[in-house]
Design a binder for this molecule. Structure first.
Ligand code: BES
Ligand code: MN
Ligand code: MN
Length: 460
């Protein structure tokens, strides 16, 4: 029997223990953005380091200025093999609105449905379930004769809040983190039976805008009319950001946004993607956004501007006749191609300032910016990974783009000159960042088998 078959058998034999281990990790409330959960982030990091030490890695929890990193190393039994760095994040998004959860987000459940069993809980798909697919693959190698290549692991605890400690940590640990290539399990499949390799990620620029007018809240009868209303000022700015065709109106916004190469546009046209079903699944029917672009093109290869939250004035029950002193909104821009985050930040701030009438002031609170990422298409590693996924799923993997952002992948490419192989087993309906997040049991189990095959293929 080939060595890989032993490993795959071991993964299958371990599967119920693997699920119990994942549940332990899912019970830890590692919400990175909320300081109330700092201790839980430490707990998740310690749990992971202990788990990795138990399967033959030398793992440690490493302090940063924010939540800790977990770094681990293990060597293959032989030399002349590649050195791969696996990345995942143990932090999760906040759970609110908590009322919409059907069960406690941190008391994971295996739920049987007609379409198969699902693991339900915060972080099931993003990213604890996914990172454990890799850990389980390593465990099976370890239990059947050893890893096929040298493996390092980096688990981060701040991905969901923009990785503020990452640049300093990377700079201080450059040699230790350097490897031939990075493996990332934080993306999705094409559909439940078809794997995908993600070769493009959108970048992200986050900015909060606070508009202030009067120096206190005012009675809207006594002052309404002459007193400037910051909600009106902010709404006008928001309305001006898109034209009637759904294009973003910021000057220079589309600089560095290239048209898709014909070859890729053709590949995407061939993909069986049903816009109506995609929107129908979330209760929508007509595509918004750029009117001359397909839905898939919009998500994978076009930049956007969105408002993620807006507050101002009285939002409690009943009514209150108030003219607020302040209004604020959180903006996110998804970036593609060669768009420059700094240039867009500058253009946006100028755009806002140019629309401030008398007596209105603005404060900007930036929450980070990272450019888009495009990985090479023709690499040897990519073809090996394709064959490995094909062997596991019986289907050719889709070469996919992704609407989401994983800033660390760009940072590794820029600073450590490392390319990434991004393979993940999430599905569009996993409800990541939402109530009732889930991960398919089949994603968890076949995900581990897929990594075993990929590691073996990359080491041959
Ligand atoms: N895993 C996601 C990114 C993702 C989502 C990749 C969907 C592929 C498909 C990641 O955890 C995430 O949520 N990233 C954030 C970025 C961040 C700075 C908060 C995002 O994309 O909003
Ligand atoms: Mn993620
Ligand atoms: Mn996420």
């Amino acid at each position: 029997m080939a060595a890989i078959d032993n490993v795959l058998q071991r993964i299958d034999a371990n599967s119920s223990d693997a699920l119990a281990r994942l549940f332990e990790l899912l019970r830890i409330r590692s919400i990175s953005t909320d300081p109330a959960f700092t201790g839980e982030c430490v707990k998740a990091a310690e749990w992971l380091a202990a788990e990795l030490n138990a399967i033959g890695f030398t793992a440690s929890v490493r302090e940063t200025t924010g939540h800790p990193m977990v770094v681990a190393h293990a060597k293959a039994g032989r030399t002349g093999v590649p050195h791969l760095l696996f990345y995942g994040h143990y932090d999760v998004q906040p759970v609110d609105p908590i009322d919409l959860w059907e069960s406690d987000p941190f008391d994971p459940k295996l739920v049987e449905r007609e379409t198969g069993a699902k693991i339900v809980g915060r972080g099931a798909a993003d990213d604890k379930g996914q990172l454990m697919t890799f850990v389980e693959a390593c465990r099976a190698f370890r239990e059947t004769g050893g890893l096929p290549c040298d493996v390092s692991i980096l688990f981060e605890g701040e991905e969901e809040c923009g990785s503020p400690s990452l640049p300093a940590f990377m700079a201080a640990n450059k040699d230790e983190l350097s490897a031939d290539m990075m493996l990332v399990c934080d993306t999705g499949m094409w559909n439940k039976d078809t794997p995908a390799i993600t070769t493009m990620l959108r970048g992200l620029y986050l900015e909060e805008v606070v508009v202030r007018c009067a120096d206190r809240d005012l009675h809207s009868g006594m002052y309404g009319g002459p007193a400037r209303n910051p909600i009106h000022v902010l709404s006008k700015i928001i309305a001006d950001l898109h034209d009637a065709k759904g294009r973003v109106t910021l000057p220079g916004f589309y600089e560095g946004v290239a048209e898709l190469p014909d070859e890729i546009a053709e590949q995407w046209r061939q993909l069986p993607f049903d816009e109506h079903q995609f929107l129908g699944d979330v209760g929508l029917s007509v595509p918004a956004g750029e009117q001359d672009r397909s839905v898939l093109e919009q998500i994978w290869s076009r930049p956007t501007c969105d408002v993620n939250g807006i507050v101002g004035g009285y939002t409690g029950k009943g009514s209150k006749t108030v003219l607020p002193a302040e209004a604020s909104a959180k903006f996110s821009f998804r970036l593609v191609g060669k768009q420059k985050p700094d240039a867009i930040a500058e253009s946006f701030q100028a755009f806002v300032r140019a629309r401030l009438p008398e007596d209105a002031d603005v404060e900007f609170i930036s929450h980070g910016a990272s450019p888009a990422l495009q990985l090479p298409f023709g690499s040897e590693a990519l073809s090996r990974a394709r064959r490995a996924l094909q062997a596991e799923w019986g289907k050719e993997p889709v070469m996919a783009g992704s609407g989401g952002s994983i800033p660390i992948v760009g940072a590794f490419k820029r600073d450590l000159k490392m390319d990434a192989l991004m393979v993940g087993f999430g599905l569009d309906d996993d409800r990541i960042h939402s109530p009732n997040e889930k991960y398919e049991l089949s994603s968890f189990q076949k995900g581990a088998r897929s990594w075993a095959r990929i590691l073996s293929a990359l080491s041959a």
